[in-house]
Design a binder for this molecule. Sequence first.
Ligand code: ADP
Ligand code: TYD
Length: 205
Amino acid sequence: MFITFEGIDGSGKSTQARRLVEHLRATGAIAHLTREPGGSPGAEDIRRLLVEGDPGRWSAETEILLFTAARRDHLERLIKPALAKGQIVVSDRFADSTRVYQGATRGDLRALVDDLHAQMIGVEPDLTLIIDMDPDAALSRGLARKSGEDRFEEFGASFQHTLREGFLALAKSAPDRCRVIDGNRSVDAVAQEVLVCVDRARAHV
Ligand code: ADP
Ligand code: TYD
């Protein structure tokens, strides 16, 4: 089973992905915790080019190529082999992030994103958990981490508002695999809802 977490920066995806994998492992499943951009050695190298430095470092088109290159490596080396063995893969972000961050924020590049996805990736998650929350609160959570990986947070608050709308629209367009979860709550409350969604989806796979 392939599960992804999506949402704006600082919404709690990494925290929830970690909690979910701990839970799955405790039930005896083999579950991989991974992330994008990254998840394989080559993709982690590409990650540094994308998340560090000046916001204007790359155009949206160049970003699409770099994120897709990283995703292709991640897919070849980790995701596909694990799924082929019947294991669970939980990824902190995947293709929906490219659809929203690159496809819907700086001009309408969605067709380009979709073409490249069809040519190079061609895989969709079984379940996508979109952690939705107030962009201003998420931005202050995210920047408070001082991770040095804030290139996208530096685009500012209105960019985060556009992203939120993008994720909600995406959830509506793919209701079979997307679940929107309110992230403006305690870690435990969000984690509990995540488990309900995952258990339901596992019963149908
Ligand atoms: P993301 O991966 O979406 O950027 P993180 O899981 O890294 O988000 O969370 C961003 C920050 O907010 C971290 O410092 C984390 O500890 C904190 N955090 C995560 N979930 C919650 C929550 N439900 N309530 C309060 N703080 C949270
Ligand atoms: P991430 O480490 O998940 O950031 P955060 O913890 O702040 O949510 O991802 C790094 C950044 O890369 C994030 O700002 C979103 C961006 N991103 C894209 O723009 N397109 C993509 O396809 C992916 C996977 C991430």
